[in-house]
Design a protein around this ligand. Structure first.
Ligand code: LMR
Length: 391
């Protein structure tokens, strides 16, 4: 029976990791999967996480089951960062731990479908896994353009989608550091989005996977908080994979904001049941380490400092790339206006293939680059490679 399964192509982004590893050129450049890198090209464990892990190993006296909701101390400790220290809506919000941001998005869509959502509107291009999750649940995906041809957020399309949406519709939005374009909504645009949601019955699903890597922890949460202030209910998918550097430990959370506190019990019971049938319980280690960081003032400060230096380096690389100006039809100045790990370069498939074969540059087939893959040792080579293929 299993022999009836057709061959699936591997996830293109994850396949790049293997291709890059197999390339023996010393000056190869990895701009593929979204992991932060230092100016030495390394992705070290955060010092605050290392310290918390040491504490965890010494102090943890049991690895007995916790339950589908995972580490509730971790879930609660993140809330002031996401929703604000004095969030007026916090008594209407509850969360649970998930295996990474992927687990959170999947659970959000699954519970939305169970509650009667029939369509999820998604601006494209988006993180490819968004569409894969929608198709696998399955639920109807309706696509709109995230960006305009001149590289701005296509706010008019989004406002139109929200205005036309009703009961049965959800709209999935990136909270900050849009993946793959880096094109975020401005605060004024978020105000308009929140206003549109306040007049619509559509359910917002907000994916916040890069908080702190754009303009700062507070600023990166502006849009999410504005939307939550305008609607009765929403789902929030969160990832600690990037802002705590925990990638393979799979640390995420799903929060629900209900119309009133009394509704949280039944909603959470559905989330628990869905999680139980999917992964039973999330992996503990990374979330426990985050809890220890956030419950210790000194470790929290170490984490905040590390996050600030990551953000500053990303902004610096963006400024250096923007200084390269125009290469053929490529406008690199746009990179300085964009946020987070990713930007899209307007390259053809042939140009992307040539970057890989002739220059050892690995980037997604969509033209997405991980800006953090660039550093003082390779940025000039990358600009020269772009001049060669696109100049
Ligand atoms: C990415 O987009 O590169 C990251 O979010 C990693 C992933 O899981 O795709």
């Amino acid at each position: 029976m299993l022999d009836t399964l057709p061959q699936q192509s591997p996830d293109a982004l994850l396949a790049l990791i293997k291709m890059y590893a197999a390339d023996e050129r010393a000056d190869k450049i990895d701009l593929g999967v979204g992991v932060y890198r230092t100016d030495d090209g390394a992705t070290p464990v955060f010092a605050a996480i290392k310290a918390a892990e040491t504490k965890l190993v010494n102090e943890q006296d049991s690895k007995s089951y916790l339950g589908p909701e995972g580490d509730t101390g971790f879930v609660d400790a993140l809330m002031p960062y996401i929703f604000g220290a004095s969030a007026p809506v916090s008594d209407r919000i509850e969360g649970m731990q998930t295996p990474g941001g992927t687990g959170a998005v999947r659970l959000a869509v699954a519970v939305a479908r169970k509650a009667g959502v029939e369509r999820v509107h998604l601006g494209t291009p988006s993180w490819p896994n968004h569409a894969q999750i929608l198709s696998d649940i399955p639920i109807n995906a309706v696509f709109f353009d995230h960006a305009t041809d001149d590289g701005r957020a296509n706010i008019d399309q989004l406002l139109g989608v929200i205005a036309a949406a009703g009961k049965g519709d959800a709209v999935l939005l990136h909270g900050c550091c849009h993946n793959p374009t880096g094109i975020d909504y401005s605060n004024a645009e978020w105000d308009a989005i929140a206003d549109a949601f306040s007049r619509s019955e559509a359910l917002p699903i907000l994916d916040l996977a890069y908080q702190g890597l754009g303009s700062g922890l507070e600023k990166d949460a502006y849009g999410l908080r504005r939307v939550l202030g305008a609607v009765p209910e929403a789902l929030i998918a969160y990832s600690c994979d990037k802002n705590f550097g925990l990638y393979r430990d799979r640390v995420g959370a799903l929060y629900v904001m209900a119309e009133n506190a009394a509704q949280l019990g039944p909603i959470m019971s559905n989330l628990n049941a869905l999680a139980r049938a999917s992964w039973s319980m999330p992996p503990d280690h990374g979330a426990a380490a985050v809890r220890l960081v956030l419950r210790d003032e000194k470790l929290t400060q170490m984490w905040l400092d590390e996050l600030a230096s990551m953000r500053a380096r990303i902004a610096d690389v963006r400024a250096q790339m923007a200084a390269a100006g125009q290469i053929g039809k490529l406008d690199l100045t746009a990179l300085a206006r964009q946020h987070g790990l990713f930007s899209m370069l307007d390259l053809t498939k042939e140009q992307i293939d040539r970057l890989r074969s002739d220059h050892g540059v690995y980037m997604a087939g969509s033209g997405r680059i991980n800006v953090a893959g660039l550093h003082s040792g390779n940025i000039a080579n990358f600009v020269n490679a772009l001049k060669d293929v696109a100049g």
